[in-house]
Design a protein around this ligand. Structure first.
Ligand SMILES: O=C1O[C@H](COP(=O)(O)O)[C@@H](O)[C@H](O)[C@H]1O
Length: 288
């Protein structure tokens, strides 16, 4: 695959790459995840990955193709977490863990105890589901050694990589626009939400400081449904007032397919297309 870049990226601008198809975005996610894993494992023997749910889940299937020996994914050194989870049984179609398990983890040799799912046994009666689950998840994460999950400023955990999605309203994790949880700016890691505007109402979520403490944050913006909000997040959303939570994520990298990037006008993007450069480049987009 060739790489075309019509102008150098302005300093401080986000890393944005456009791939021709969703399948190529999925492949890019697999490659960057495998690369992050290799470097983390080389550095301290473990890799910590935080995953969103929703439409991101099917993008994980690219990693299945990287499971063979020659790619040397050391699955047993991975620890996987969920940046947010819905308080439903893990085998419910709404479960973020369940989706990722079916898409990827049931087919790779990762120890089940390294898949840090919420404990769905805690909320059979669904009463106080989010509060109980958040407390238990927080405890589980904090019980991990510093080697597995190092801590940074304010004692916040430093995840190696977060693969994030965003909703059409600009929410990330289960941090919704203008919700009081978006602006939580203290040492809490995991927050309960019992009034999620998107069903199901009971969920748990990483806090924004935890998201921002991660070494690497990657957004996938695939499909027409993501195009308008991606443009807003990158080009004109307020980055601090909580009206668009995704805009509060600092130093994120963005992966687009062509439709996901179709509304961008001023964002500097790098194209990774197979084929001819004559179809490509910022110049072509500006003429539209
Ligand atoms: O409810 C959720 O929504 C967001 C966005 O999902 P999408 O399907 O619109 O891409 C997701 O990132 C989050 O993890 C999930 O719980």
């Amino acid at each position: 695959m060739e790489n075309f870049e019509s102008t150098p990226k302005p300093e401080g601008a986000p890393e944005c790459t456009v791939y021709y198809t969703p399948e190529l975005v999925s492949k890019a996610i697999a490659e960057l995840t495998a690369e992050s894993a290799r470097s983390a494992i080389e550095e301290r023997g473990y890799f910590t990955l935080g995953l969103a749910g929703g439409s991101l889940i099917k993008m994980l299937s690219g990693l299945k193709k990287d499971t063979n020996e020659e790619n040397k994914i050391e699955w047993e050194k991975w620890h996987v977490f969920w940046v947010d989870e819905r308080c439903v049984p893990l085998d419910d179609p709404e479960s973020n863990f369940g989706g990722a398990y079916e898409t990827l983890f049931k087919d790779v040799p990762i120890p089940r105890e390294n898949l840090h799912a919420i404990d769905d046994g805690l909320y059979e009666a669904n009463e106080g589901a989010s509060a109980k689950s958040a407390e238990a998840y927080d405890k589980e994460l904090k019980s991990l050694s510093e080697t597995i999950l190092p801590k940074g400023d304010g004692g916040l955990p430093i995840f190696d990589l977060l693969l994030l999605g965003f909703g059409p309203d600009g929410h990330i994790c289960s941090l919704f626009p203008n919700h009081s949880l978006v602006k939580v700016n203290d040492a809490r890691w995991i927050l309960p939400i019992a009034d999620s505007p998107k069903p199901p109402p009971e969920r748990i979520t990483f806090s924004m400081p935890v998201v921002n403490m991660a070494k690497r944050k990657v957004f996938a913006a695939v499909g027409e449904g993501k195009a308008e909000m991606a443009k807003h997040i990158l080009e004109d959303a307020n980055k601090t007032d909580g009206s668009i939570p995704a805009a509060m994520v600092k130093d994120a990298e963005w992966l687009f397919d062509t439709t996901g990037s179709s509304k961008l006008t001023t964002t500097h993007v790098r194209f990774e297309f197979p084929g001819t450069p004559t179809l490509l480049g910022l110049d072509t987009k500006e003429e539209d």
